[in-house]
Ligand binder design. Sequence first.
Ligand code: HEC
Ligand code: HEC
Ligand code: HEC
Ligand code: HEC
Length: 463
Amino acid sequence: MRPLRLATAVAFLLLAACERPPMDSVQQGYRGTGMQRVTNPRVAEPVLAANVAPEALAAATPSGTLARDTFKNVKVLGDVDAAEFTRLMLAITAWVAPEQGCVYCHNPAAFEDDSLYTKVVARRMIEMTRHVNADWKAHVAGTGVTCYTCHRGRPVPRAIWYTAEGGIQKTAYMGNREGQNAPSHVVGLTALPNEPFSAYLRGPGGSPIRIQAGLALPNGNFGSIQQTEATYGLMMHLSKALGVNCTFCHNSRVFESWEESAPPRVTAWQGLAMVRDLNGTYLEPLANTFPAARLGPQGDAPKANCATCHQGAHKPLFGASMLKDYPALAAVALPAPAPAEPAPAAAAPADTPAAPQSATPLGKVMFDVGKSDIGPDGQKAVADAAKAMKDNAAVKVMLSGFADKSGDPEKNLELAKQRAFAVRDALKAAGVEEARIELKKPEFVIGGVDADARRVDIVPATP
Ligand code: HEC
Ligand code: HEC
Ligand code: HEC
Ligand code: HEC
């Protein structure tokens, strides 16, 4: 009797570290590869409950005037109708500062005043949100993001990170611990380096996320044990942030093989590049704007990782799109129509360049699946762009071609190029000199699966 009781007690003790059933699994790879997603409804339920999108505010009746003409100091949302602008302010308050209200960002005596840091940060956040929705479709698709995706009703999103207090620990005889044995939740309380983000997500040009060395012999730190540990630490974060296991993206027989990986790994790869861009371009540079209390131990600004948007779901809010109800956050609006009468030359300061400085697209030409010939809508977009270029002789344009991710990647690259050529030829046929057209291969040629991925952007080239 005794040994049996002991065995039962030991069994319970060992099982205490496991999840209580019921377990469920969804197969996603080929049979026999073990590529399945294991779920437990009891664990999944709170995540589901935490990822429900709030209802959209009732639509506003357009006022007929733009925000920039109605208010005094609108720098980003100027092209939005004033009524829609006010509706967006109400939504932003509910998303970011529901308890604090408008005064979290505004001086109530003068809404145009920029003296609160929160308003300055919020303005940059509006630009960042528009940038994600317009330029990172390869990751966020048409679903897109709003402030709520990250903020969820609080001024500081739940998941942010700072560069950890690192450095060599001089007193310990083991030297640099590399952040190990200081368990943190981001790496699932394992002994892996507890801050795997600085190396990979701080900005463009992070370390390669690799465990295999490129050469058989030692070569720098690349492929070293530290690199491997940091890679696994980052991968723990990816899995936890999305609420999935490794086989959601990998075949665990060969983690590195792209051929045997599941499609979400490609989306995740785009996600890594996007997070670097958001941290490097938008969040890090805000270090001087934030008060000291918001900065990390190394004086760096709070930054984003996968959990900032995903919060335990494989798609933030399980794929619900709030963006469709707030088009102002998607808009990268066309340039305002040129004034009918050219401004008198004397009025303009001599050093004002005539060409637009921003990269607001002049037009977008869409294509059918697998096609590079321009349809009627595309012809109209080309004609509009050609007219805008005739009206402003200083404007030069850059053409970038894109393709969707269906079919053979090699062919898609070629297709994207042919599309750019087709638009160049159409512009020339409409009377634009070739010298004013530049072809530029975009950083990410292959987008998602939707129609928007099959396009050529016509963008003013900055002089
Ligand atoms: C999270 C920060 C934030 C909150 C909360 C917020 N706003 Fe704003 N508000 C901004 C930013 C940023 C701008 C400037 C936008 C731009 O430059 O495009 C702005 C601009 C404005 C303007 C234009 C002022 C001018 O003359 O230039 C008005 C009016 C306004 N907000 C009203 C409100 C109201 C009303 C509320 C509360 C319901 C509110 N805002 C809540 C960030 C916020
Ligand atoms: C990709 C995620 C993300 C999105 C989308 C996003 N934010 Fe943020 N936001 C952050 C992070 C990260 C911080 C830094 C947190 C901190 O202040 O410590 C932040 C900080 C802020 C702050 C400063 C809060 C404070 O108390 O310091 C404001 C205000 C803000 N965001 C407004 C907005 C608005 C308005 C939008 C939508 C137009 C928006 N954010 C969209 C990630 C995001
Ligand atoms: C959401 C998708 C996703 C999940 C989940 C995920 N990974 Fe990854 N993993 C990636 C991507 C993307 C890369 C490649 C990054 C790069 O090349 O920049 C990668 C790279 C790796 C590598 C490096 C392979 C090489 O080329 O040397 C290893 C090892 C790895 N992952 C292991 C894991 C483990 C272990 C888990 C579970 C704890 C996991 N991954 C979970 C997407 C994922
Ligand atoms: C700015 C917010 C944001 C950030 C940050 C972000 N994602 Fe996403 N991600 C999204 C959105 C929105 C979608 C849904 C797109 C759709 O509907 O297809 C998505 C989709 C995905 C998918 C596809 C899931 C599926 O079921 O097909 C993967 C995988 C993914 N993200 C991985 C990552 C990883 C890994 C990171 C961190 C390196 C990351 N994401 C960071 C917003 C974000």
